[in-house]
Design a protein. Structure first.
Length: 291
């Protein structure tokens, strides 16, 4: 019995030195897998993070399950994209914990004027382009805001959050330098996007977006709009058409066939933040290579 008691005490002592238990973790809900990845990068085993959406979903239109609603309500911290990226979030019960809107931590694009198309029709997003995480340099202010919010929940762990953030950013800066070097030869390349998700990505990697095909998200262009778009693509020498996974495949094929541009599907969201860019740069580099 004495020996058993000593062994039990030893196991308890070892457990106390290990990773934070589930009871000690700060419960965080993120509205996208990308934000979940960034919270995990900063919080490590001190946080328990759930994303309300999956990478393959259209983030503007999802159905949140009852279990997710309960976890959202009970979360100590909710991390969201903000602006009007998650219109479904306003229909849910307000969370009891703190809400961190990461759009307030970055420089936004397309805020001064409406986001216009060929026929000068304004985009549904009225407050600026919401896809700011697709510029990897925006991860610096985003993770700074996340570290500050987590430290407010766990003040004693502030140094650990900052140390984890710096380790993550070191990896990201190294990879970002390689990504930018890989696309340096393609700076100024004109592309057309199906959905206007890629303004931040294009700015960071030196691409010029000539136009977006959809006058509104999920709404195909009219025959007149499509004709004007194809004319601009031919005159501009556009070789690449960037589509999202949920883009209308018939529309993508039609534009590609009639313009001669190569369709490239890029991922606007991913479960791992760095791997998201790795995969997109692989796909884009392949699409930019001459046949």
């Amino acid at each position: 019995m004495i020996r058993f008691g000593l062994v039990a005490l030893g196991l308890l002592a070892a457990a106390s030195l290990g990773p934070a238990s589930a009871q000690e973790r700060a419960r965080v809900v993120a509205t996208s897998p990308d934000l979940r990845s960034l919270v995990e990068a900063v919080g490590g085993d001190l946080v328990e993070v759930e994303s309300l959406t999956r990478p393959e979903q259209d983030p503007h239109s999802i159905e949140v399950k009852p279990g997710q609603i309960a976890r959202l309500r009970d979360a100590a911290l909710v991390v969201r994209v903000g602006l009007d990226h998650e219109p479904w979030l306003a229909r849910l019960s307000a969370p009891q914990g703190r809400v961190l809107d990461l759009s307030k931590s970055v420089r936004l694009l397309q805020t001064e004027t409406p986001r216009l198309r060929v026929e000068r029709r304004a985009h549904v997003h009225a407050y600026g382009n919401t896809h700011y995480w697709l510029d990897p340099r925006n991860a610096e202010p985003m993770t700074a805001a996340i570290a500050s919010a987590l430290a407010a929940l766990r003040p004693a762990e502030k140094v650990r959050f900052e140390e984890r953030r710096e380790r993550f950013l070191l990896r990201l800066r190294e990879r970002s330098s390689q990504w930018e070097s890989a696309l340096k030869a393609h700076h100024g390349t004109k592309v057309v996007v199906v959905h206007d998700s890629w303004a931040y990505f294009a700015e960071r990697f030196g691409l010029e977006i000539l136009a977006a095909a959809e006058p509104h998200p999920g709404v195909p262009p009219s025959p007149a709009e499509l004709s004007a778009l194809l004319k601009r693509m031919r005159e501009g020498g556009v070789r690449v058409l960037i589509a999202d996974p949920h883009a209308n495949p018939a529309l993508v094929r039609q534009i590609a066939d009639k313009s001669g541009a190569k369709p490239v599907t890029l991922l606007p969201s991913g479960a791992d933040y760095i791997e998201l860019f790795e995969e997109n740069l692989r796909r884009l580099s392949a699409g930019l290579r001459p046949d």
